[in-house]
Design a protein around this ligand. Structure first.
Ligand code: C5P
Ligand code: MG
Length: 215
C-alpha cells in the first residue's frame, strides 16, 4: 500500500466514527439530507460561470472546491503552503484535506441543495468523499470542450491566479485526462453523467442545461 493510501485509510478510520456520532448534527440526519450534484470539466471550460447561473436560476448553493482551497491558503491554515505549492504545479491536493474542507462547507451551510464544482477530481477524491461524506450525487455534469479552446479561455481570463499560465495549464490538462476522466467514466457507467457541449456562447451553453434542471 502506498504511503498516501495508508495515510488516507488512517484518516478515514479516525474520522468515520466521528461522522457517525455526529449524524444528528452532521450532513445526513433525519431532518437533513442534502442534494448533491457534481460539476466536472477541464481548466477554463466555464464550470464556475455556468455553476453561478445554475445556482441562481435553479436554487442551488455553488461550492467551488478550487475556491475553498484558495480560501484556505489565504486563511493561513496549516495546509496553506502545501495547497499553494500543489495548485501552482497544477497537481491535485491530497483528498484528506480537500474532503474535510468540503464537508465543513456543506455542514456550515444553511441550505440543502449543492453544486460541487471541480470535484471529484480523481478516483482518490471520489473514494475519500464516499468514505467521509457518502451522499450519492444525483447529477454529474461534465462540460466538454477541446483542449485548444480551454487553453485559450484560461489565458484570456485575468483573475490573478497562480495557475493561469501556459506551463501550469498544460499540466492541468494532463492531470485532467489522467485523473479526472476515470471519474467521468465511473459516473457514466452509473448512468449519472450528463455530458454538455461547452463550446459556444455562455447563453448557448446555459440553454443546454435546461432539460436537466428545469423539471
Ligand atoms: O477547479 P479549479 O480550476 O478552481 O481548481 C484549481 C486547482 O485547485 C486545481 O488545478 C488543483 O490544483 C486544485 N484542486 C484540487 N482538487 C480539487 C479541486 C481543485 O486539487 N478537487
Ligand atoms: Mg472554477
Amino acid at each position: 500500500m502506498s504511503r498516501r493510501v495508508r495515510s488516507l485509510s488512517k484518516l478515514i478510520s479516525v474520522a468515520k466514527p466521528c461522522l457517525l456520532n455526529q449524524a444528528d448534527a452532521g450532513i445526513v440526519s433525519q431532518t437533513r439530507s442534502p442534494t448533491i450534484n457534481f460539476v466536472l470539466g477541464g481548466p477554463g471550460v466555464g464550470k464556475g460561470t455556468q455553476c453561478a447561473r445554475i445556482a441562481e436560476t435553479y436554487g442551488f448553493t455553488h461550492l467551488s472546491v478550487g475556491d475553498l482551497l484558495r480560501k484556505d491558503i489565504s486563511s493561513n491554515s496549516v495546509y496553506g503552503d502545501m495547497i499553494l505549492e500543489t495548485i501552482t504545479k497544477g497537481k491535485i491536493v491530497s483528498s484528506e484535506v480537500t474532503v474535510i474542507l468540503l464537508k465543513s462547507a456543506i455542514e456550515s451551510s444553511q441550505t440543502d441543495r449543492f453544486l460541487i464544482d471541480g470535484f471529484p477530481r480523481s478516483e482518490e477524491n471520489r473514494v475519500a468523499y464516499e468514505q467521509l461524506i457518502g451522499i450519492e450525487p444525483e447529477v454529474v455534469l461534465f462540460f466538454d470542450c477541446n483542449e485548444e479552446e480551454m487553453m485559450k479561455r484560461v489565458l484570456h481570463r485575468n483573475q490573478g491566479r497562480v495557475d493561469d499560465n501556459i506551463d501550469t495549464t498544460k499540466e492541468r490538462l494532463r492531470v485532467f485526462e489522467a485523473y479526472s476522466l476515470p471519474v467521468i467514466r465511473y459516473y457514466s457507467q452509473k448512468g449519472k453523467l450528463h455530458k454538455i457541449n461547452a463550446t459556444g456562447t455562455e447563453d448557448e451553453i446555459f440553454k443546454r442545461l435546461r432539460p436537466i434542471f428545469a423539471t
